[in-house]
Design a binder for this molecule. Structure first.
Ligand code: NDP
Length: 287
């Protein structure tokens, strides 16, 4: 069997069409959709990310509000978030991470109203995920689930190994796949016998941020390999998986770029539509 490339770009393009149509449906009902993107750090990568989010909003017909303020203290940042919570025009709020040194991230994220928490990272949203109740889910894990479903990869009972336990990726994808009736295991930097555990996986999800750390020795023949990592190596963007080495062992494999990345931003946009739909009392059927 030849390896199937999990083409995230293609899935994202289809998702984009669905979102545009959803935005138009809402507009036809007199509802406009608005996302506030707030950057309080002076991080160069964050500047690029917020611009990409704003550009995607504009492309999809979502109104972006961009707040870029550096040098604010905890109290001032919290005031900005509270004011966005109160702004009835705003359906979704993103506070771009990382926050500056000395700022209490959890306090800021948890100040975002749960119904506007389109990154799905505040404690309330995490609690809804934990309990498998409807809510706004973290974007990268949602994108991964969408990708696996688009390729009709059966999750029920599957042995999934997730490398990485971050609150952004590893932990929420663990919960989401558990709720899909998979059998997930998380491994991390302190795990013993990592390679052999990975080799047992029907589905291997890698989110370590360590460029090309996963080679064919970690992969069971025919496994689904999802590479979340984004690193720069010798001037090129690469993932956590050594694509060329793993290619003929994996059954399914995501490329980097063009795999998980394009789905993350569409998940975010989908969450904004979901938030707007819920706030206006219209049931959402997108996600
Ligand atoms: P974090 O740094 O927060 O977490 C990395 C995790 O990987 C930690 O749990 C760490 O273990 C584990 N880890 C690190 N090295 C090893 C190792 N050698 N063996 C086993 N486990 C290891 O990263 P994120 O989860 O935020 O992101 C991971 C990667 O995904 C990054 O490259 C990031 O850029 C990318 N990313 C991509 C996105 C996309 O849209 N494509 C979105 C979000 C992130 P421990 O906890 O023990 O330290």
């Amino acid at each position: 069997m030849s390896t199937i490339i999990l083409n995230g770009k293609e899935v994202a393009n289809q998702w984009e069409k669905e979102i545009i149509s959803k935005v138009q449906d809402l507009k036809a009902k007199g509802i406009s959709v608005c996302l506030a993107v707030a950057r309080f750090n002076d991080d160069e990568a964050s500047k690029v990310y917020v611009k990409k989010k704003v550009a995607m909003c504009e492309k999809l017909g979502i109104k972006p509000i961009l707040i870029e303020e550096e040098g604010l203290d905890q109290v001032e940042i919290e005031k900005r978030v509270s004011s966005l919570n109160q702004n009835k025009e705003v359906n979704g709020i993103i506070v771009q991470l990382p926050l500056p040194r000395g700022i209490d991230k959890e306090r800021v994220l948890s100040l975002i109203s749960p119904e506007k928490d389109v990154d799905g990272l505040n404690v309330f949203s995490c609690g809804l995920l934990y309990k498998n109740l409807p809510g706004l889910r973290p974007c990268t894990p949602s994108g991964i689930v969408r990708l696996l479903k688009e390729y009709k990869i059966d999750l029920v009972g599957k042995r999934v190994v997730i490398l990485g336990r971050s609150q952004l990726v590893g932990l929420p994808i663990f919960l989401m796949l558990l709720h899909e009736n998979a059998t997930p295991t998380i491994v991390h930097s302190k795990t013993k016998d990592l390679k052999n555990i990975c080799k047992e996986a029907d589905i291997l999800i890698v989110a370590t941020g360590k460029a090309k750390m996963i080679n064919r020795e970690y992969v069971k023949k025919g496994a689904v390999v999802v590479d979340v990592g984004i690193s720069r190596l010798d001037g090129k963007i690469v993932g956590d998986v050594d694509f060329d080495d793993v290619f003929d062992v994996a059954g399914y494999l995501t490329p980097v770029p063009g795999g998980v990345g394009p789905l993350t931003i569409m998940s975010l946009m989908s969450n904004v539509i979901k938030a707007a739909s819920i706030q206006s009392g219209i049931k959402d059927d997108l996600v």
